[in-house]
Design a protein around this ligand. Structure first.
Ligand code: NDP
Ligand code: MG
Length: 393
């Protein structure tokens, strides 16, 4: 077995940390070729000392200078690349086998696509990239022969429950529907009138998962599940109608596949991202992830509820964007990114997040997602509309 050369885009984040934790457990299998960070340069410097990558990628020249300073006394200093070009270069480098795409948001699209186009084994955590570019992304995977493996725990579970994930079309696989589970987030039981006053810290205190702040807010609004619905449609060739969201507060079942013969397959495990990461890193083999064995006696009961789209309209907005197709999912994603940022900065109320997104979706022109330029144009317009909404309210 040759050692896999790994590039981690978004190494300083939560998924980055879990990935490097798995890597550290298997030094005979994985070597870190490149790491990227954005603002947390101290953390990036520590990771460079520990994993000794050939390259480190940062946003700009000032960050590069700072990283160089931080690494002054390091035994091994990586070559430092800057900007989007740097991210694309490390993702597509011919020496890289596997790319962990774990940048958050639209910023991850171009580097992730660079990895896809270079035919890499792409471990996809950056769901926003696939939501934005859908058909184009999947077409690029086909054209290059890249291997796309889902990291999102639900999609990784579905992948594991599909007998032949590579064959096209859900119906041909005998699948009736996909049951996408959701924890329900920190406000699952919060009455509508109390949602108005919830704070960023309350929204980020997820009951089951420890994650970056953007996805934590998305989990609280259920937009995360909406983005995941769109993600599932592209990954598994499903229609939005074939994906049903099920609230499952224990977060032990990570999703299910319902077959036409009445069989329902599920993947279970403790809620720890190292499981899907280790699965995707080693697939089709299995390796130890460091996650404790599931104790069913300790869990004792599993519960299921229907999502409440009155309190959490983001789920409906995402489904509508998926049905509209074209650039609408990119518009949804961009409006959501602006709304979440404004909420985290205290400039927008929690219940205003779906209001802002709905208004942007209503004002955006439906356009086909014919190329990347059209997708980025929709992204830019949506951000502009979102900022105007924020300014006039
Ligand atoms: P974090 O916020 O913890 O990490 C995000 C990473 O992206 C960091 O390395 C950050 O750098 C980097 N980054 C942020 N902005 C930019 C930018 N403009 N350009 C380049 N890099 C940037 O997020 P998570 O790790 O939680 O999530 C990462 C992705 O994985 C998201 O798409 C999320 O939806 C998905 N995901 C996460 C899960 C989880 O459990 N955390 C579960 C399933 C999916 P820095 O920190 O140095 O600023
Ligand atoms: Mg998920």
């Amino acid at each position: 077995m040759s050692v896999q050369q790994l590039c981690v885009l978004g190494a300083t984040g939560s998924i980055g940390a879990s990935t490097l934790d798995v890597v550290a457990q298997h030094p005979e299998r994985y070597e870190v070729f490149a790491l990227s960070g954005h603002r947390r340069l101290n953390e990036l410097a520590e990771l460079c000392c520990r994993f000794r990558p050939v390259y480190a990628a940062v946003p700009d020249e000032a960050s590069a200078r700072q990283l160089r300073l931080l690494l002054e006394d390091a035994e091994s200093i990586p070559e430092i690349l800057i900007g989007e070009g740097g991210l694309e270069a490390i993702a597509a480098d011919p020496r890289v086998d596997t790319v962990m795409a774990a940048i958050v948001g639209a910023a991850g699209l171009k580097p992730t696509l660079a990895a896809v186009k270079a035919g890499k084994r792409v471990l996809l955590a950056n769901k926003e990239a696939l939501v934005m570019s859908g058909a184009l992304f999947i077409e690029a995977v086909r054209a290059s022969g890249a291997t796309l493996l889902p990291i999102d725990s639900e999609h990784n579970a579905i992948f594991q429950c599909l007998a032949d994930p590579a064959s096209p079309g859900l119906t041909r696989k005998g699948v009736r529907r996909i049951l996408l589970t959701a924890s329900g987030g920190p406000f699952r039981q919060t009455p509508a009138e109390q949602l108005i006053g919830v704070t960023p810290d309350q929204a980020c205190a997820h009951p089951k998962w420890s994650m970056g702040r953007k996805i934590s807010v998305d989990s609280a609004t259920l937009m995360n599940k909406g983005l995941e619905l769109i993600e599932a449609c592209w990954l598994f060739e499903a229609t939005p109608e074939q994906v049903e969201v099920v609230i499952h507060p224990q977060s032990v079942i990570h999703s299910l596949v319902d077959y036409v013969d009445g069989s329902v397959l599920a993947q279970l495990g403790n809620p720890d991202m190292r499981t899907p990461i280790a699965h995707a890193m080693a697939w089709p083999e299995r390796i130890d992830s460091g996650v404790a064995a599931l104790d069913l006696f300790d869990i004792a009961r599993l519960e299921f509820e229907r999502p409440d789209e009155e309190r959490f309209p983001c789920l409906r907005l995402a489904r509508e964007a998926a049905q509209a197709g074209g650039c609408m999912p990119a518009t949804l994603n961009a409006a959501n990114e602006v709304a979440v940022e404004a909420f985290l900065e205290g400039r927008l109320g929690f219940t205003e997040i779906p209001q802002l997104i709905e208004s942007v979706l209503a004002s955006a022109e439906p356009r086909p997602a014919k190329d990347l330029a059209a997708i980025f144009a929709a992204d830019t317009t949506a951000r502009q509309l979102a900022r105007e909404w924020l300014a006039r309210r």
